[in-house]
Structures are given as C-alpha cells and as structure tokens.
Design a protein. Structure first.
Length: 363
C-alpha cells in the first residue's frame, strides 16, 4: 500500500508550484533547483510534434510559439524508424493568445506540415484515465481492475479505467466482469492495428497506458505520442533478461534471485526508466512454471504500485532515471520490502571496524 503526503508550494500570487525567489536553474521539464533545493513546478505546457523528418519543421513550430509570446524552456527531438518526434516544454503564463487559439493555430500548422501536434497544458495532466492493454494473462490486468473497483487505484480515489484493449480477444470476459468495454485490435495472429489503437486511446481521452502483460512491442507512432505515460511490467530484474521468455532466461542462467520490473516505455525495448522492482528467490531445481508462479503475483503488485505513483504525480524522470518528487512523502516499496532490507546484514564494510567484534581494537 502506498501512502504519501503532498506539500504544495505556492508563489506570492497563491499559484501552486510558483517560484517565489525567481533565482532557480531549470533542470528539466518541471524541476528547478533553488540554492540546492530541488523544487517541482507544474506551470510548463508540453507540445509534441510527430511525423516525417522534414527540413524546417522545428523552425516553423518554434516561430509560431515565439510570435505568441511563448517562451521555450526545453526542447528534445528524436527519430526512430523514420518517425520524427519533437517535444518542447514551454511557459505559456505570459502568452499573447488564448489556449483555444493556440490549439487552433497549432492544428492548422499540423495540417499544413502533415504532422500530428499535441498540446498538454498543466491542467491536462491532472486527469487520471488509464487504458489497460492486454493479451491473454489475467493476473496483472485483474489487479488494476480490482483496485479501481475498490476505489484504490489512485490515492484520491479519482482514477478510472475507461477501456480495456487487447491484441487478442482472450480477456473479453475479464473486462465484462468489471463492466468495461473491450476492444480486440488484433488481426487474429496477435499483431496490432495501431491506427485503431490510437483512435481508441484518443476516443477515451486516455492519460496513462498500462501494459498489463501486453505481449506486443509498441511502435514509435504510439510511444512518441504517449511518451512518459506508458508503463510496462516485465518479468525480470531489468536490465537483466530483457525481451521474450524472461523467466526461461532466468532459469537457463541458473540465478538464485529473480524478479520483476515496472518501467516507463521508450522506443528501446525494455530499457525505459525503472519505476519499481520486486525480487523473489528461485529454489534449486525450480522449472519455468514454478518461477512464473512466484513472479506473477509480484508482477501485478509492482505494476499497481507504479501506476499509483504516476497517478499521484509522485515521480519524475531525470536523465533516464526515476526520482520521487521532493514534496511528496512516499511510503512505498520501490525495491525490497522493509522486512527483506532488515534481513540483510549491514556489516562488515570495508574500512570500518565491526561493531560486534570479539577482538579488542588497539588505541
């Protein structure tokens, strides 16, 4: 169970997240350092451009923003499999246009350039609509559906799962049991119609995608549109044993400790920022099914933990790693449980005398 206390910082005008001193150095999207104190703000708007890698595209977008008094605080771009993605973090506090007019101008530019441009204002990030992507395993999606049914998916009880989407039809009955619409976007062989998938995600106005043992790799067309908003659970202690058949890889390697990982999805398979992990012992002679039975309950647990942390806005990614926000007091198991930590010895440590040594130390 996750518990947290959030302390909101307010500026002189009472707005949340404002910086009263103005002497902060921006580190990344919404984190500043002020005299060594990391402070999290949420005033930045995120604009994402996705499409072909055309000459002059960046200049056209940034010029449009500059003409409307919008200051660019950060810009990142990537190209993968011919798909271009540019993400900008901008300060719209003093822009000379309305939100509606900005959306309209960007939509017109998107049509002209034949790209997709998405705008997410700070208030857009307060929503909590989670899409479940599934294949055929029930344990992970059922954990999230049950948490939502109990009002326990998010700390404030506000989050919802409006849709379950599969690349097979196996879990239609599970979705029906929880009164959720189910869509099979597969072709009968498990391959996904990603155009249909993107249409559904847009139709249900999804804020977060949980890959609850979804056994397909998402293309850059999907990942770039929901970057930082897709969480996967993988059955290994990443970066060990990425890819398919992770439990079999663990068995073949003869490991004594195996585990599971919840992480943000990037275009690099199983290499996204780690949010939380769980570990378990592998008994001597355990076969793949025995290892899987030990791992699956932890898969469900770690995915639910990661989703709750994200929905609580308790974590942020900086330079490829996940950090808990400073103003959020999180009592959650991001790694080993307190009992497991207590069971580990804390000495000897190189260069330090044993506290319980029977040998007297000389002065």
């Amino acid at each position: 169970m996750i518990q947290w206390r959030v302390t909101q910082r307010h500026g002189p005008d009472g707005t949340k997240g404002a910086n009263p001193s103005g002497d902060c150095t921006r580190l990344y999207a919404d984190v500043r350092t002020c005299g060594g104190d990391r402070r999290v703000t949420r005033e930045l708007t995120e604009i994402t451009v996705i499409g072909g890698d055309e000459t002059g595209l960046i200049a056209r977008v940034t010029s449009l923003l500059f003409e409307r008094g919008i200051n660019i605080e950060g810009l990142d771009q990537a190209v993968r499999d011919g798909v271009f993605r540019m993400t900008t973090q901008v300060d719209t506090a003093e822009m000379t246009t309305s939100r509606g007019e900005l959306r309209k101008a960007l939509a017109e530019l998107a049509r002209e350039l034949d790209v997709d441009i998405q705008v997410r204002f700070p208030s857009d990030r307060d929503a909590s609509r989670v899409a479940l992507l599934v294949t055929k395993e029930t344990h992970a999606p059922e954990a999230l559906l049950e948490a939502e049914a109990n009002g326990d998916l998010a700390a404030d009880g506000d989050a919802e799962i409006p849709v379950v989407i599969g690349n097979r039809g196996d879990l239609r009955s599970l979705a029906a049991r929880y009164d959720k619409p189910f869509y099979d976007v597969g072709d009968g062989n498990g391959n996904t119609d990603e155009t249909r998938l993107l249409d559904l995600l847009a139709e249900y106005d999804v804020d977060l995608i949980a890959l609850a043992r979804y056994m397909r790799i998402l293309s850059p067309e999907v990942v770039f549109r929901y970057e930082g908003r897709i969480i996967n659970v993988h059955p290994s202690l990443l970066p060990a044993f990425p890819g398919a058949e992770a439990y079999r890889q663990a068995k073949d390697a003869g490991v004594r400790i195996a585990g599971v990982t919840a992480h943000y999805v990037t275009t690099d398979l199983d290499q996204g920022p780690v949010i939380a992990q769980r570990a378990f012992d592998v008994p001597d002679g355990a076969d793949v099914e025995a290892i899987k039975r030990r791992g699956q309950p932890l898969e469900a647990d770690v995915l639910l933990t990661a989703v709750r942390l994200h929905l609580a806005d308790a974590i942020v990614v900086h330079r490829g790693t996940v950090h808990v926000r400073d103003e959020v007091d999180v009592d959650a198991d991001l790694g080993l449980s307190p009992a497991a930590i207590a069971a580990n010895p804390d000495e000897p440590v190189d260069g330090e005398p044993l506290s319980r040594s029977s040998i007297a130390t000389s002065e």
